[in-house]
Write a protein that binds this ligand. Sequence first.
Ligand code: TTP
Ligand code: MG
Length: 412
Amino acid sequence: MVDGERLPGAPDRAERIVLHVDMDCFYASCERMREPELRGEPVVVGMGYEPGETVGAVATASYEAREYGVESAQAIGAALENLPRRAENPGDPDAGYYRPVDLDFYQEVGSDVKDILYDLGDTVREVSIDEAYLDVTERTAWDVAEGFARHVKQRIAREVGVPASVGVAPDMSTAKLASDHDKPDGLVVVEPDDVREFLAPIDVADVHGIGPVRARELREMDIETAGDLASADPYELADRFGDRGRDLYRRARGEDNRPVEPRGKPKSLSRESAFDGATDDFERVREQVATLAEAVADRATRKNAFYRTIGVKVVTPPYDVHTRAESLPGPVDDPALVDDRTQDLLGEFEGESVRKVGVRVSNLDFSEREQTNLDGFGGDESADGGGRDPTRGGRGTNERQNSGQVSLEDFE
Ligand code: TTP
Ligand code: MG
């Protein structure tokens, strides 16, 4: 095929490297971050669950709890039959820890993960609170893709503290199946020449876009696996399922040309770092925040992002997350202001022991810089000493926030 024949947005699949990230038992992993004694234990997170009660449904269960037959969407009552509460059975290893959903906290953690992904991918498509696709074609190559994927996992583990599974493949559909293939803590790279072989044994019900009803219909046609689907008669599939049938046939053959279209521009940019244990040396905390502030402001400048909110996060033992933020009257790109405001916000925590600190700019605005670039005049904006501040005039209002106020969206 010559280049000119290619449809826009439908590059040859061998040319693309797509990485899919899906966090492992995400809500349970978040709970383990702030309650490290839950690590390695069966953990169940319940929606509509109240401690001590039997109401609600399982949002997720740790892999240890899944061993007892606990699974997403199960009623808490049913889960308790398989896995009783540790609180009522102290010391019993066959009992588990039940926690209610704390979506604000999970959003906060998910957003920290996404910040790293935006740093690592050319384009990022956010799919849900714990899942995203990255086009990393320009960032890596097939012979080093595994190392790159490991780097992604390690940055998330080190900087945020939750485990992820990662899949790398030449298309989105295969990348998703790859990240799911070795969960938890998975890392699977499927190179272009191996796609058909990788897909062959996969159950049709696991192919993206095939729900339980269609899976049953396919099984009636003796199509059990993606391999069966890939070698089925495409005309028969089209007859039975219309255009959708042709799509599924292509997907089973690894011919998924959907580009990784960016969705969900970063809502915030942040950096955080943990101290070994906790520190009582507040000078150290201040220095760390200054370093993080510089890194975050630099990243915003590189990403053409103006910000309307500057904030800090301070984690104190055992794992109490405090966030403080200041809203500015308008969007700015002003590293000195980030430094100044974060040090000011930090002052409240002087004298406290600190486990972890973070700096975040949010309420991002990409429009002005894009406009500037379109005009072709971008050169003089930092003439006044590094910062461009179209609207600064008054001091921002100091506003207290609970950790995480982003709403849940894009749940696919
Ligand atoms: P998933 O990624 O589907 O599940 P998971 O991260 O818990 O487990 P896995 O290791 O298999 O990826 O969903 C992400 C989060 O979304 C999950 O932690 C809880 C929430 N969720 C619900 O609230 N209800 C549901 O039915 C599902 C499937 C997930
Ligand atoms: Mg997940």
